[in-house]
Design a protein around this ligand. Structure first.
Ligand SMILES: C[S@@+](CC[C@H](N)C(=O)[O-])C[C@H]1O[C@@H](n2cnc3c(N)ncnc32)[C@H](O)[C@@H]1O
Length: 372
């Protein structure tokens, strides 16, 4: 890495399900028309990305904000200033590698503003004895390097204008200028119990938003939630600026979803709610570009007397007649339900599968079908 590589950034993925987190990021990137390019993934959690070369610096920032603020499973994005990798190293070698940092990489930074350095160890570097001080030592080292290059900058730990981040992982160290963080914490604070209408089958907003992202939906396209329940997916889609339509078979729940949407000041031409049946959709071919489904499992939410497999197979047959090639369908079902092969055949799709532990008696299986 040298100072001429101006457009390289790194993102830190959340540690709770890095495989799903990476696919969420890749899906959002794929919806952004080649503006962002994924360069490399390190230790399952650090992703280096590049932006299209011709972009201006201000455009770069707004594109990164768009990308990261959509994501639910990314913590932050930083401009890459320095990176070292190690397969295995002793403490001395590790220190030498870190000290190979060239302060010339700081050339185009603001010379006088306040700053702080924050270091996060996500896994212990191989071969290094885990001293608790290592984080503090690294923070001090990079802080001193910045001050050496810009003596007029001032450290401010409370409200710095610039934050520099160091990520220390098993096989590498990244140092960069913080650009933006995801809305993960804000979305986490929105709980389903705070809505005017609550139902025990409601899905948490974080996962609901992740499912929307996994569809790789683009601006202007329509998202369908055919088993929309209390409207959680519509709320998140609307917050992200997507048009959506939800279908729900239980009249009482439709009214509940309506209350949830109106209390959130959702604009109705862009967010639609239909009292209907997911087995008989009746949209025209190509009207919908992305589908997310959180179907009833027959416990908290009723399948209306249907066997879950039969209900879903009927739904897949119906939806196939609506979705055009390259659309995605994302479904969250209990891990014990095995219908991915049959669904892939009906939909003529390839698929990716992820597992997410919820509690002792429920592990979710998230399937992402990409239609051919
Ligand atoms: C698991 S819940 C959805 C929860 C939703 N994601 C939320 O956050 O509120 C499944 C919903 O599907 C509805 N449902 C069941 N059969 C349906 C059908 N054939 N068509 C449409 N909705 C149906 C149920 O009434 C239930 O509200």
């Amino acid at each position: 890495m040298n100072s001429s590589d101006i457009s390289e950034y790194f993102c830190l993925l959340s540690g709770e399900n890095p495989e799903l987190a990476l696919y969420e990021l890749e899906s959002i990137i794929s919806s952004m028309d080649d503006l962002v390019q994924l360069v490399r993934i390190f230790d399952s959690r650090i992703v280096n990305i590049k932006l299209k070369e011709t972009l201006l610096q201000n455009d770069e920032r707004s594109i990164l904000q768009k990308l990261i603020q959509r994501a639910t499973m990314v913590h932050c994005c930083c401009k890459l200033l320095f990176q070292v990798e190690y397969k295995s190293s002793s403490t001395n070698e590790f220190n030498e590698l870190v000290q190979s940092f060239d302060t010339n990489n700081l050339l185009d930074l603001e010379p006088t503003t306040t700053f702080c350095v924050r270091t996060r160890r996500i896994r212990n570097p191989v071969g290094i004895l885990t001293k608790p001080q290592i984080t503090q030592e690294i923070t001090n080292y990079f802080g001193a390097a910045i001050l050496k290059r810009f003596p007029n900058k001032k450290v401010d730990l409370e409200q710095p204008k610039e934050i520099y981040r160091v990520i220390v992982s098993k096989h590498g160290l990244w140092f960069g200028l913080h650009i933006c963080e995801s809305l993960r914490q804000a979305v986490r604070k929105r709980t389903v119990r705070d809505r005017p209408f609550f139902h025990p089958s409601s899905m948490n907003p974080i996962l609901q938003r992740t499912l929307v992202n996994l569809t790789a939906i683009k601006e202007g396209q329509w998202l369908l939630d055919p088993f929309c329940g209390t409207g959680g997916a519509l709320l998140e889609a609307s917050r992200m600026g997507f048009r959506s339509v939800g279908i729900e078979i239980d009249r009482k729940i439709v009214w509940g979803a309506f209350r949830n949407l109106t209390s959130d000041k959702i604009t109705f031409p862009l967010t639609n709610l239909i009292f209907g049946d997911a087995k008989h959709l009746g949209f025209r071919f190509g009207a919908i570009s992305a589908v997310i489904t959180d179907p009833p499992y027959g416990t908290a939410a009723s399948t209306q007397g249907y066997d879950l497999n039969d209900l879903l197979i009927q739904f897949f047959i119906e939806i196939k007649s609506i979705l055009s090639p390259n659309s995605r369908l994302v479904i969250s079902i209990p891990s014990t339900v095995n219908l991915e092969e049959e669904a892939a055949t009906i939909l003529n799709a390839s698929y990716r599968k992820f597992y997410q532990y919820v509690h002792r008696s429920l592990t979710r299986k998230i399937l992402v079908f990409s239609l051919r």
